[in-house]
Write a protein that binds this ligand. Structure first.
Ligand SMILES: Cc1cc2nc3c(=O)[nH]c(=O)nc-3n(C[C@H](O)[C@H](O)[C@H](O)COP(=O)(O)OP(=O)(O)OC[C@H]3O[C@@H](n4cnc5c(N)ncnc54)[C@H](O)[C@@H]3O)c2cc1C
Length: 314
């Protein structure tokens, strides 16, 4: 069984399945397809993955605590053992399809490929705030998900910041599980209702109004924040989910394929990884935050569905 890697194929290669994105969603799909003997290509951008700064991926059964790069390396070793799956480290910039013809996938280096099915598994990007100290603390003591990094931050003074996914009160309730004390930082753009303020008071959460202007830390361990008023507040961990940016490829898929995507940039699915575009499936964070295990589960469903539909036709 041959294993193929970058640069071994010329353009216009054709595949049963093209997978766009080499995170847990795309790689789990590739594993299933490789084991079913389907000619598969996985495109993965050369840019570091969104979770690359993670100090260890948690709540991923059997892989708990491994670095994202270690999980990807391990996954590729297992996929390549079956042959038939190729990896291409290049960004996909466009996918088109004429009715009843295969999809055409275009990469950023002007190569084209055809595929009978496409699995979109390219996730999203975080728009990290450009604040002094944020980058050093991100994925260590500034975290987006308490289930991912809460244990590592247990017993510290937590602060919660409004984010796109979870409301401030719900974030504070979760932070209480892991923090020794919880504070809420409320920027001027967020208006809390009387009910929300009462709930925060009942939770013994101190509310600090104002925009965070600077983060103070020692080697990525947060020690406090300065607000734009100039006041400094001691806090050791921030639960802060940054806004998401919509991938340019997603916009192209909406334009070229008519893919249904919500205003929030979430791909509309039929609940079994199918989309409104026949032959195009979706898995992972493109469906909203799934976590690593959920992303892998979605990749599994997409790949098995493609194979079962192929059995039904042949
Ligand atoms: C800092 C951090 C820590 C996290 N910790 C945990 C944790 O502990 N436990 C947990 O369950 N979850 C964690 N998550 C969430 C988890 O990483 C994601 O939910 C999961 O990786 C989503 O998988 P995915 O396959 O959908 O997308 P991703 O893992 O984001 O993979 C998408 C891939 O597609 C590539 N790509 C994007 N656009 C293109 C394109 N146009 N062409 C080709 N390739 C493209 C990207 O480079 C990337 O490699 C964390 C996230 C972050 C940011």
């Amino acid at each position: 069984m041959s294993v193929t890697t970058d640069q071994q194929h010329a353009t216009n290669e054709s595949y049963h399945v093209a997978i766009i994105g080499g995170g847990p969603a795309g790689l789990q799909a590739a594993l299933v397809l490789a084991r079913a003997g389907k000619r598969t290509v996985v495109f993965d951008s050369a840019e570091p993955a969104r979770n690359a700064p993670s100090h260890g991926v948690h709540n991923f059964l059997g892989l708990d605590g491994l670095l994202p790069s270690e999980i990807r390396d391990l996954a590729w070793r297992q996929i390549e053992a079956y042959g038939g799956a190729e990896r291409r480290t290049v960004e996909v910039v466009r996918v088109t399809r004429d009715t009843h013809k295969p999809f055409v996938v275009y990469d950023a280096e002007d190569r084209q490929y055809t595929a009978d099915h496409v699995i979109a598994a390219f996730g999203y990007r975080d728009a990290l705030p450009e604040l002094p100290g944020f980058g050093a603390c991100w994925a260590d003591t500034i975290i987006a998900c308490p289930f991912c990094d809460g244990f590592e931050n247990r017993g510290r003074i937590w602060g919660v910041v409004p984010g796109p996914g979870c409301g401030l009160v719900a974030s504070a309730q979760m932070a209480k599980h892991w923090g020794s004390q919880v504070l809420a930082f409320v920027p001027p753009s967020t208006q809390l209702t009387e009910q929300e303020l009462a709930t925060l008071a009942a939770l013994q959460v101190d509310v600090h109004a104002g925009q965070i202007a600077q983060l103070h830390h020692r080697d990525g361990k947060l020690e406090g924040v300065s607000l734009d008023s100039g006041s400094r507040v001691a806090v050791e961990t921030l639960l802060w989910e940054p806004p998401r940016t919509r991938a340019p490829l997603l916009n192209r898929m909406v334009e070229d394929l008519g893919l249904d995507v919500s205003d929030k940039g979430i791909v509309e699915s039929d609940g079994r990884q199918g989309t409104n575009v026949p032959g195009l499936y979706v898995a992972g964070d493109l469906l909203g935050w799934t976590g690593a295990l959920g992303a892998a589960g979605g990749g599994n469903v997409a790949a098995t569905r493609i194979i079962k539909e192929w059995f039904a036709r042949n």
